[in-house]
Design a protein around this ligand. Structure first.
Ligand code: ATR
Length: 277
């Protein structure tokens, strides 16, 4: 049983560490590699890996949209997200696409903010890129009463709202301060705060103290957004937990059994991240 994670760049992906630890714990005869795919070569490289007998691949930036387009059988949640992070190669040669990022996000919230009720209050999300679209789709599907997207470029937020229906609403960044006082979950789906990127000021001081703040970025693990939220006394959920949780259904799809969640993959990832952060 062979699987891989594909992307560009790919050298720093933590997925081989996560899947490798689960393979070892389960005493499974399987491998999980990282494969760099040159830009423009995605379909040919995927077909090459398929021909090598892999069970499937995880897909990361910048190929998630192309992965969805390549699939013969996309799952409904991948279609809603407009992107796939998981391709499974069927015995009949067909390629199934799925998106487990939303499941990862919800799993991370359940793990790090136990008892949080997603259905009780609106979600406020910063950002309207690919990650935000997938997250908004998953949040609506999981029962969020509404998802309020605030973005620097209003048109991108409006495009997601138009795709996902009336529960998703679009606003510009300047309106966030007025909207945040109603939020139950506050998600940073922007790339601001990513190591080396300029940040911006999130108006978290008006958030309810019972709100949960989540960041999708895990480098650094404690982003400026999460640090600000923690200072204000909000519960926080980090991007590393989301990364680990999105890997759970992928592992089952590749290797035919659920991973052993008692393995401390988080500790392994933190040790691997340490020198960089
Ligand atoms: P991804 O597909 O990974 O989500 P993306 O499509 O590049 O990445 O989206 C990045 C998001 O971060 C966008 O919502 C972007 O805002 P714009 O749509 O206005 O570009 C947001 N973003 C990045 N840097 C930002 C900054 N300094 N201030 C505010 N928003 C920022």
């Amino acid at each position: 049983m062979k699987a891989a994670v594909v992307g560009n760049p790919i050298a720093h992906s933590l997925s081989p560490l996560i899947h490798g630890a689960w393979l070892k714990a389960g005493a499974l005869d399987g491998t999980y590699e990282r494969v760099l795919i040159p830009l423009g070569a995605f379909p040919a490289e995927i077909h090459r890996l398929q021909a090598q007998g892999l069970s499937g691949v995880n897909v990361t930036l910048p190929f998630k949209e192309e992965a969805l387009a390549l699939a013969d059988e996309p799952s409904p949640r991948a279609v809603l997200a407009g992107a796939a992070n998981l391709l499974v190669f069927g015995a009949d040669g067909r390629i199934c696409a799925d998106n487990t990022d939303g499941e990862g996000m919800l799993g991370a919230v359940a793990a790090q903010a136990p008892g949080f009720d997603l259905t009780a209050a609106p979600v406020l999300m910063f950002g309207a890129g690919g990650a935000a679209r997938g997250a908004a789709a998953a949040l609506v599907a999981a029962g969020a009463p509404s998802v309020v997207i605030v973005n620097r470029t209003l048109a991108r937020a409006e495009a997601i709202a138009a795709e996902l229906g009336p529960k998703v609403r679009a606003f510009s960044l300047g309106e966030a301060a007025a909207l945040i006082s109603d939020a139950g979950l506050i998600v940073n789906a922007t790339s601001a705060g990513l190591a080396g990127q300029p940040g911006f000021d999130f108006p978290l001081d008006r958030a309810p103290r019972a709100a949960v703040a989540m960041d999708m970025v895990y480098k650094p693990l404690i982003t400026p957004f999460l640090a600000q939220a923690a200072d204000l006394g909000l519960r926080t959920v980090d991007g590393l937990e989301m990364l680990i949780r999105q890997a759970v259904p992928s592992f089952a799809a590749f290797f035919g059994q659920a991973p052993d969640l008692s393995v401390d993959v988080r500790g392994l990832c933190l040790a691997a991240l340490e020198p960089a952060s």
